[in-house]
Design a protein around this ligand. Structure first.
Ligand SMILES: [Zn+2]
Length: 325
C-alpha cells in the first residue's frame, strides 16, 4: 500500500489528532484466539522465503494457504486472472477465497489480508539493497497469520455448532504490493497497487454474494504497533470503524487502537470500498515519527520476524473475533 495526498495529511494531523486517555478496562468476554498459533502461521510463511509473484515461494505459499484452510473446514475457491503491472506487462494474479459458516449469500462478512510480498526493498537507504525482495513478516504475513488463526477458530465453531455461524469469507489477496517501485523511471501508471483486490471486485459483479462489511489487516504484528483510524475507512465505513475501535477499547487494547484519524492509504480496502461498495476498514500500522508515515522497517530488509510480537497478534485477533461473533 502507499499513502496518498501527503500534503493533506498535515492538515488532518493538526486538526484531527486527538489522544485517547481512557483507561483500559476489559469489560467483555474474551473470544478464543491463540496468538502462539497465529505467530506460527506468520513464521511458516516467512520460512518459505519472499512470496514474490512468479516465484516458487509464492506458489508454495498459495498451496499451503489453500490446504490449511481446507483442513480447517473451509470450502476454498481460487480466483485466477491477469492484471497489468506498473510496466504495462501482464501479471498473473491468484486470489484465495475461503467460505465459512452459513451458505447464505446475503450479508456475509469479509476478512482479508494480502499474502504476496513486495519484490523490492525500495525504502532501503542504500541503493543496491533496494532491489532485494523482503521477508514481509509484517507486510503481508502478519495479517494472513492472524486470519489463519481466525479461520482455525471458525473451523472449530463450525464443527461444534453444525454450521450455525454466520457466513464469513476470508480472502487472501495476491499482488497487493506490486505497485510501482520508487526507483522506477518509466511512465507512471495509475492503480498499480492492490491488483488482487481490483481483480476480485471485477469477479464480484458476476456473483450473488453481498457483504455487510469487511475488515482488512495489514502490518498487524509489530511490538510497538499503533492503529489509528485510516482516512478511507472512516470515509466509507465509519460505523464499522467505531464498532472495531470500541470493541478494542472494551478488550483493553485502546493503547493499540488509538483514537486518532490519519491520512488516506491505498490498500485493498480502498478498491473494496470504491469498486465493490462494501464498507471495509483497514487495520494498519502507522508511525508518524518516520518520513514515510509507516514503521521504519516498512519496505526494507528489516521487515522480518524480529518485529513480530505475540501480544500484538493477540490483540488484533481478539478484536476481529469479537467483532464477527
Ligand atoms: Zn507493502
Amino acid at each position: 500500500m502507499r499513502y496518498r495526498f501527503l500534503p493533506f495529511c498535515l492538515i488532518f494531523l493538526m486538526s484531527w489528532g486527538v489522544a485517547c486517555t481512557k483507561k483500559n478496562v476489559p469489560s467483555v468476554t474474551r473470544p478464543d484466539f491463540s496468538a502462539d498459533s497465529a505467530y506460527a502461521f506468520v513464521a511458516r510463511q516467512v520460512q518459505m522465503g519472499p512470496r514474490v509473484p512468479g516465484t516458487t515461494a509464492h506458489d508454495e505459499c498459495a498451496i499451503y494457504l489453500i490446504q490449511t484452510l481446507e483442513r480447517m473446514g473451509a470450502s476454498v475457491e481460487q480466483q485466477r486472472g491477469m492484471m497489468t503491472n506498473y510496466e504495462g506487462k501482464d501479471l498473473p494474479v491468484r486470489n484465495i477465497i475461503a467460505h465459512f459458516g452459513s451458505r447464505d449469500l446475503n450479508n456475509r462478512i469479509l476478512l482479508a489480508a494480502h499474502y504476496d510480498t513486495r519484490p523490492w526493498s525500495d525504502e532501503e537507504s542504500e541503493y543496491e539493497r533496494r532491489f532485494l525482495p523482503i521477508d514481509g513478516a509484517n507486510d503481508g504475513a502478519s495479517g494472513v497469520g492472524v486470519l489463519l488463526e481466525v479461520a482455525r477458530q471458525l473451523g472449530i465453531q463450525q464443527h461444534d455448532t453444525a454450521a450455525n455461524i454466520r457466513g464469513i469469507d476470508i480472502i487472501f489477496f495476491d499482488c497487493e504490493d506490486y505497485g510501482t517501485p520508487s526507483f522506477y523511471t518509466g511512465q507512471e501508471r495509475q492503480d498499480t497497487w492492490c491488483l488482487g483486490s481490483q481483480l476480485w471486485t471485477d469477479l464480484l459483479k458476476y456473483r450473488r454474494e453481498t457483504y455487510q462489511f469487511g475488515i482488512l489487516l495489514d502490518m498487524v504484528g509489530a511490538p510497538d504497533a499503533t492503529f489509528p483510524k485510516e482516512y478511507y475507512s472512516v470515509q466509507y465505513a465509519h460505523n464499522y470503524v467505531e464498532l472495531i475501535w470500541k470493541t478494542a477499547q472494551q478488550l483493553g487494547y485502546s493503547h493499540l487502537f488509538v483514537q486518532q484519524k490519519e491520512y488516506p492509504i491505498v490498500d485493498d480496502h480502498y478498491y473494496i470500498n470504491t469498486l465493490a461498495n462494501i464498507p471495509c476498514v483497514d487495520i494498519i500500522h502507522y508511525n508518524r515519527n518516520t518520513d514515510t508515515g509507516f514503521p521504519f522497517w516498512w519496505h526494507t530488509q528489516q521487515d522480518n520476524m524480529q518485529h513480530i510480537a505475540v501480544s500484538t497478534l493477540q490483540a488484533v485477533g481478539e478484536v476481529v473475533m469479537k467483532v464477527i461473533e
